[in-house]
Design a binder for this molecule. Structure first.
Ligand code: ADP
Ligand code: DP6
Ligand code: CO
Length: 359
């Protein structure tokens, strides 16, 4: 008799917002980057993806992915790579223990919800693929660690590899052609610098006009600024940023964060045709952060923008009033300002993707 059971596992994964940006692939198939990158993983209970992976012999033959209630195309190479790698690991377990049900041969159904705008430059692909990989790994009861999962999640979306770690995480670009050394690692746990806060400013919840994948491919192909950024600028900044985090030097952290966001958006502008992720409200947010820092007489706030108009402002808890408060007041009157204002989130303190349920 066929196995009638539905096997199921759920997990959540938080977004991570890079302070040294990933932008450029040296291998688009394996998602290998042209530079290393570094991010802060936000709190689990704020911007996050919740994903349930299930499989059953009685499911229709095709794998299914439902995102925010809408069925998605799962035939893309990225999703397929994640399914294939996870199934291979499960198959390996099954070949060693014949008492295990053959889940690797059952169709998969993935149901995922983002509690924040999807494809709007708030790292939905990062939380999304981290949760997808982690949920299937749990379903398959794989003995995998975050490093192994990051290697798989990277193939879904590059930035996803960093969301498998909490706190301060880096993605080492690696040197091998097979991508085996292109994985994420923890630079420091959130507990190392727990005063860090992030204020998310939702300028627009609209889907971006140019996806990250397409945008970075065009930048690599056409921008002359880009080569210098990948070769010289970022490697130097990776060292400086790691040191700033280790020393808990907020001024250095903030300066590097803003410079790197500006440098990334400069390469977008230098792309042919140019890519404009920032809009007038984003630029008003930059001016507001500069005004806050000027008023304080030192750097207490740092803006950064991913591939979209929405701002993330990092600051320390002790400066909450000056930063989050001033931000709200300064931007309240701007046109084009939608969504939540000045929500402060704590950086993740519990480790990423770790709210698991199984049945
Ligand atoms: P973002 O800035 O939000 O990361 P991207 O252009 O990098 O935008 O990627 C958006 C794409 O990521 C979506 O169109 C979708 O294909 C994928 N994605 C987003 N959330 C999820 C999720 N929860 N599960 C699976 N895939 C997701
Ligand atoms: C600007 O990871 O979304 O957010 O690998 O093609 O899925 P793909 O791209 P993605 O790119 C993220 C770009 C960024 C910077 C960053 O998160 O490091
Ligand atoms: Co993305």
């Amino acid at each position: 008799m066929t196995d009638q059971k539905i096997y199921r596992a759920s997990t959540t994964a938080p977004v991570n917002i890079a302070v040294i940006k990933y932008w450029g692939k040296r291998d688009a198939k394996l998602n290998l980057p042209t530079n290393s990158s570094l991010s802060v993983t936000l709190a689990q209970n704020d911007l996050r993806t919740h994903t349930t992976a299930s499989c059953s012999a009685k499911y229709p033959a095709e794998d299914v992915l439902v995102l925010n209630g809408a069925p998605q195309d799962v035939t893309g190479a990225r999703t397929q790579a994640c399914f294939r790698e996870l199934r291979a690991l499960r198959k390996d377990l099954e070949s060693k223990d014949s008492s295990l049900p053959p889940l690797s041969s059952y169709p998969l159904k993935i149901v995922s919800e983002n509690n924040f705008p999807t494809a709007a430059g708030l790292a939905s692909s990062a939380a999304g693929f981290a949760a997808l990989v982690r949920a299937i790994a749990n379903l398959y009861e794989l003995p995998s660690n975050p490093t192994d999962l990051s290697r798989i999640a990277r193939q879904g979306s590059g930035s996803a590899c960093r969301s498998l770690f909490g706190g301060y995480a880096a993605w080492e670009m690696g040197t091998k052609d097979d991508g085996s050394d292109s994985v994420a690692y923890e630079v420091a746990p959130a507990s190392h610098w727990p005063e860090m806060r992030a204020c998310i400013l939702v300028v627009s919840a609209e889907k971006k006009g140019v996806s990250s994948t397409t945008g970075m491919q065009t930048t690599v192909a056409t921008s002359t600024l880009f080569a210098e950024r990948a070769r010289d600028t970022v490697p130097k900044r990776m060292k400086e940023m790691t040191e700033a985090i280790q020393k808990k030097d907020f001024e250095a952290f903030a300066r590097l964060t803003m410079k790197d966001s500006n440098s990334f958006h400069a390469t977008c502008l230098d792309t042919e045709p140019p890519i404009f992720y920032l809009n007038d409200v984003s630029r008003a947010a930059i001016t507001a952060v500069n005004a806050i820092n000027q008023a304080a007489g030192k750097i207490i706030a740092a803006y950064t923008f991913d591939a979209g108009p929405n701002a993330v402002v990092y600051y320390l808890q002790k400066d909450e009033k000056e930063v989050a408060g001033a931000f709200k007041a300064l931007l309240e009157s701007k046109d084009g300002w939608a969504g939540e204002r000045g929500a402060a989130v704590e950086v993740n303190s519990t480790g990423a993707a770790n709210f698991d349920e199984k049945s």
